[in-house]
Design a protein around this ligand. Sequence first.
Ligand code: PLP
Length: 393
Amino acid sequence: MKFSDRAMNVEPSATVKVSNTAKAMIRKGIDVINLGIGEPDFTTPQLIADAAIKAIKSGKTSFYTPASGLPQLKEAIAERIKKDYGVIYPIDQISVTNGAKMALYVLMQALVDPGVEVLLPRPSWVSYKQQVLLAGGKPVIVETGDDFKITTDGLDDAVNHNTKVLVINSPQNPTGTIYSKEELEAIGNWAVLHNVILIADDIYGKLVYNQNQFYSLVQINDRIAASTILVNGVSKAYSMTGWRIGYVAGAPELISKVNSILSHTTGNPATVSQYAAIAALESDQSEVETMRQAFEQRLNTIYPLVEKIPGFKLRAKPEGAFYLFPDVSAAIQLAGVQSSGELVDRLLQEAHVAVVDGAAFGMPGYLRMSYATSLEDLSTAVERITAFMNQFL
Ligand code: PLP
């Protein structure tokens, strides 16, 4: 069979791949600790699950909703954005998607033509680059400094007349970095000046630790907000990865195009999941806070332990999301392996700990370790990695 160039060029998601391998090993009875995964380990809060059960029992399953989502859900999203950010979006400026991943995919489809360039920080989430390529566009990497953040100097180096979009993810996967208000203002003003559309991927916006402050690009000022497309979802904050609800908020004419694409691709996100998302967004957010505190405790416990693993070096302490991103170049040397990818394979096969190769995020020589798992498993995982590395000392 001859495949399209698109299909030939797309790479499978490294995070999904490592996680599937770990899950397959666990199914075979191997005691693997999975730090490869980007999903909270908590069960979805009961009040959210109950809303879905009620929707099923009352027969809200045998109809399509509008492709862009239930009006009640859009209202709940608009209300949440207003409460969290103080920014108002009428519901014709909101579209519900099958996870934030679909929101980002459909945006690339709506904005990117062949030859169009999309600026992506290095490191950044695995799917941005592939989604740009799937749209026929050109991903252009913007280098970051020691703090893993881009600056307007880096943007000046990357911009040209084909540049159309810049993706900002704060708190950032895989580093946990948060851009300050001033940094967002500088980046936002730069984008306005260069006529570059900003995509703010705020999926980790509620997972912020140790008194750090999160701001969304849409909160900085009206001009920046008008140049920004907001992407978010319920997966990470409400432990709802399996429900697949995300959303995009932006200008009415953009949302209209997004909706047309969705109407021919996904149709609507699962009706039951939409009712669950309404309950999540309308809830008093106390469950989010409980989970946030648990992540914070895990970060504060695990960070100093990972720092002590031979050959692992952490830069600034993560401020949000639920990942550590150690530089393992010294560990690669110590272990006598060729790459971070080989180290990941050895850790999985020999230490039975799954982590993701930094190369998947554009940074070979690094690993991404998720701390969205119990403190007990985290401690055991660090012990195993430490024991693995100790054999080379
Ligand atoms: N954006 C980032 C930075 C992510 O890490 C993820 C998930 O890992 C997503 C978007 C997609 O989330 P979902 O499709 O579950 O809403």
